[in-house]
Ligand binder design. Structure first.
Ligand SMILES: [Zn+2]
Ligand SMILES: [Zn+2]
Length: 147
């Protein structure tokens, strides 16, 4: 004798109710195993292609730098140089070393992140190209006359 759909549904509900603990255990185990699987996948992936992660970090850092540069007007405030590779963040009061020490970043490696966290403060940082930055740092002002 075959069961009606109602009977099948009732039987299925009854089984689930009786096996609640088992289903939960199974789910818990699956999640745990699946998490391990994902971690392993990442570890394998990293081992197989460490360059991929490096590249992604580089692209991220470059984008953050571009954002920061455009926040600061996108060009050298002295000569108008707009080339991304030539631009640098200049401490207006020449207190860069002191400032980097005070934020625990003596080499200025996370300067861009710091600028972002602090909403790109315009009173202490300006955009200069390396030429103008160098002239200002070394001789106190740039021969262009802008800083
Ligand atoms: Zn310049
Ligand atoms: Zn200049």
């Amino acid at each position: 004798m075959s069961k009606t759909p109602e009977e099948k549904l009732a039987a299925s509900r009854k089984w689930k109710a009786e096996n609640k603990g088992r289903v939960a255990d199974y789910k818990k185990r699956w999640n745990k195993e699946n998490k391990g699987h994902v971690d392993n996948y990442n570890a394998d992936h990293y081992r197989l292609d460490p360059e991929h992660h490096k590249r992604r970090r580089t692209v991220y850092a470059r984008n953050e730098r571009r954002n920061a540069i455009s926040e600061y007007g996108g060009e050298c405030v002295c000569c108008g140089e707009e080339t991304f590779e030539f631009l640098t963040f200049d401490h207006i009061n020449n207190d860069g070393a002191e400032h980097r020490r005070s934020i625990g970043d003596p080499q200025g490696k996370s300067m861009v992140a710091w600028l972002k966290r602090n909403n790109y403060p315009k009173d202490i940082i300006q955009l200069l190209c390396f030429n103008c930055n160098h002239a200002k740092a070394k001789y106190g002002s740039c021969p262009h006359g802008g800083v």
